[in-house]
Design a protein. Structure first.
Length: 350
């Protein structure tokens, strides 16, 4: 780790100005310090935003739940307001990491964490020192993971340049809740739907194609993962509170329960009229470079009975669009069973 400048922001304006000048934000530090140690990030300057009061707080105003970006995962998971208004988010926060990390990790930083793909997480002082090809670290070198047989790769939205997945648990819950991300930057504030906040590799490639006349697929789009622009900072999130958000559940399938990233995660929310589904939302985690909403299943479930056969029919059709790689075909089956369990749990069906 080399030397870098450090400053503590006293207000949001100062923080945004520092970011616009090229600094990176430090909040809980549970991700940034790892990036710097591994060589993923090599900033000249770090701006500490950890004491900005305007980024804190958990509150319900009318029918809207508002959460500041500096709220820690444990604060959210243990909040009576969140557990009542949106239990899926509380559960997702408490399923993330370990208790020690959750005491520091913020929900603003958590949704920005990078893939856990081991081919990306290699320790290398510079992109040219990577022990294998990785377009996220060294664009144009290739993707060593794609043909590796590694199980934790994307089922949706991947490309020949990258097939990594987004590992955040809270992001999946926020996507299922149709949350809004509130962002501040040099040109003011703006809002981004959580379902649009992250980009799959396919979306990034369409938004940032290689130069005209250049090779088809230069790997550069693999480094683009979300819609934040230079100098922008997540300020907080808002969630509409209602029958759907209150009847929600999170299920995380992993190899060990103590501390592990998901093979597949599911955030489900459902509102029913008696035994009939009025509205359903289903988001999968660890299957794409963004929380993956099963929108066709949500549409198919409207008006159906909330039971295993109805859910299985809708999920089977939605998951037919998956593109598994050699070594992770089982994740399609795992996702279907996990989504069924989560949706039935959200609706109170054993």
């Amino acid at each position: 780790m080399r030397d870098f400048a450090y400053a503590r922001a006293t207000d949001l304006t100062q923080a945004v100005a520092a970011l616009a000048d090229g600094a990176v934000a430090l909040a809980g530090g549970t991700e940034l310090l790892n990036w710097m140690r591994l060589g993923i990030a090599d900033p000249d300057a770090v701006v500490d935003i950890g004491r900005l009061a305007e980024l804190r707080g958990i509150a319900v105003h009318g029918d809207v739940l508002r959460i500041g970006a500096l709220a820690t995962l444990n604060e959210i998971g243990e909040s009576a307001l969140v557990r009542t208004a949106a239990p899926v988010l509380a559960e997702a926060c408490l399923e993330a990491a370990s208790a020690q990390l959750r005491n520091l990790a913020t929900i603003g930083g958590n949704v920005l964490q990078k893939t856990r793909c081991p081919y990306f997480r290699a320790e290398a002082a510079a992109p040219g020192a990577m022990p294998w090809p990785c377009n996220k670290r060294a664009p144009g070198t290739g993707c060593a993971a794609r043909d590796s047989g590694y199980a934790r790769l994307a089922l949706f939205g991947g490309t020949g340049e990258c097939v990594a997945t987004q590992p955040s648990d809270p992001a999946v819950a926020l996507a299922a809740l149709d949350a809004t991300v509130h962002v501040a930057g040099p040109t003011g504030t703006r809002e981004i739907l959580m379902t649009d906040f992250h980009l799959t590799q396919e979306e990034a490639a369409r938004a940032h194609p290689p130069p005209a006349g250049g090779p088809g697929g230069d790997g550069a789009s693999a480094t683009i993962e979300n819609r934040l622009q230079r100098g922008e900072l997540i300020v907080g999130y808002s969630v509409a509170v209602g029958d759907v958000s209150r009847h929600s559940a999170y299920l995380k399938v992993r190899e060990r329960e103590s501390y592990e990233y998901a093979l597949v995660a599911v955030a489900a929310a459902v509102a029913c009229d008696g035994a009939r589904i009025r509205s359903a939302r289903i988001a999968l985690g660890s299957v794409a470079q963004k929380p993956w909403r099963l929108t066709s299943a949500e549409t198919a479930l409207a008006g159906q009975t909330l039971d295993a056969p109805s859910v299985d029919r809708a999920l089977g059709a939605a998951l037919a669009a998956a593109r598994p790689l050699a070594g992770n075909e089982f994740k399609v089956v795992l996702a279907r069973h996990a989504a069924r369990r989560a949706l039935l749990a959200a609706g109170g069906v054993a």
